[in-house]
Design a protein around this ligand. Structure first.
Ligand code: HEC
Ligand code: HEC
Length: 224
């Protein structure tokens, strides 16, 4: 992992922290010049509910299909929670895991609370996921990953400018589930999810489950 890649990934977290520092002391749901800022302390309080499924450190729990979220960039956590809230994700009748997350997003009552919890999640240290899938061929996967680079970057660090989240440090079982959902139109087919729609198209490039496992085996070599 290069320093540049690491810096790229860490930047949104630093930005969130800088905003917190800039916020008036004791501000709750603070707005700074009309822009909502993340209050990590308030975010930590709100995060208590999330720990039930995502774990105390945001490390995830495969038994209930709750992914690791620690260290995801604040912009992605924010946009994703807003998407669950609006019903752009987690509404499809076959999206069982998404339907468990959606009501949780609705407990965050306003945009400020979403911003606070996103700032807290972004500040949690990401941990190396334990691989659970078997049978993926990382060499074949490296070739299959070539078209993904344009948005998710060669090192899987993602691109805020392209709204593409990092894939490094994601759990392999979660990635497989999401690729299957994109390919089946269970995620990304809602008109309120235009970024997900991009992935519905991209997932068609992976012919079958074996191709998905192969590309994921490559992604697992990219972990921080
Ligand atoms: C009842 C269990 C449960 C609780 C509580 C919960 N979640 Fe989730 N969350 C899930 C599941 C399951 C998924 C996976 C959805 C899917 O497969 O699409 C998820 C997905 C997510 C994602 C998307 C991750 C990604 O990479 O796209 C984020 C972000 C998230 N949750 C944040 C939170 C936050 C913040 C809270 C607390 C306010 C919370 N969750 C509470 C179960 C839960
Ligand atoms: C044109 C840009 C683009 C390309 C190319 C692309 N993606 Fe994505 N990908 C996205 C965007 C944007 C999202 C976020 C969707 C959302 O906001 O819900 C995403 C999300 C994902 C997710 C879900 C991550 C999560 O945390 O839930 C996975 C897995 C994924 N992409 C894998 C891939 C793979 C594998 C490839 C190559 C076969 C690929 N992507 C190619 C733009 C792209």
């Amino acid at each position: 992992m290069t320093e540049t890649a690491r810096g790229f990934r860490v930047f949104p977290v630093l930005a969130a922290l800088a905003l917190v520092v800039a916020a008036p002391a004791g501000a709750d749901g603070a707005a700074d010049g009309g822009i909502a800022v993340g209050n990590v302390e308030r975010g930590e309080t709100l995060f208590h509910l999330c720990t039930q499924c995502h774990g105390a450190e945001g490390q995830g729990n495969p038994d209930i299909e709750a992914p690791a979220i620690a260290g995801l960039p604040g912009w992605y956590v924010l946009s994703t929670i807003q998407k669950f809230k609006s019903g752009g994700r987690g509404m499809h009748p076959e999206d069982y895991a998404g339907m468990r997350m959606r009501p949780m997003s609705l407990t965050l009552r306003n945009d400020d609370d979403v911003t606070h919890v996103a700032a807290y999640v972004a500040g949690l240290p990401a941990s190396q996921p334990v691989p659970l899938l078997e049978g993926g061929d990382a060499t074949r996967g490296a070739a299959l990953y070539a078209p993904c680079i344009a948005c998710h970057m060669p090192d899987g660090s993602g691109s805020a400018a392209l709204n593409a989240p990092p894939l490094q440090n994601a759990s392999d079982w979660y990635l497989l589930g999401q690729l299957k959902k994109f390919k089946g139109g269970i995620r990304g087919s809602n008109p309120l999810d235009p970024f997900g729609a991009l992935m519905v198209g991209m997932s068609q490039m992976l012919a079958d489950e074996q191709a998905m496992k192969d590309v994921i085996a490559h992604i697992m070599t990219l972990a921080d």
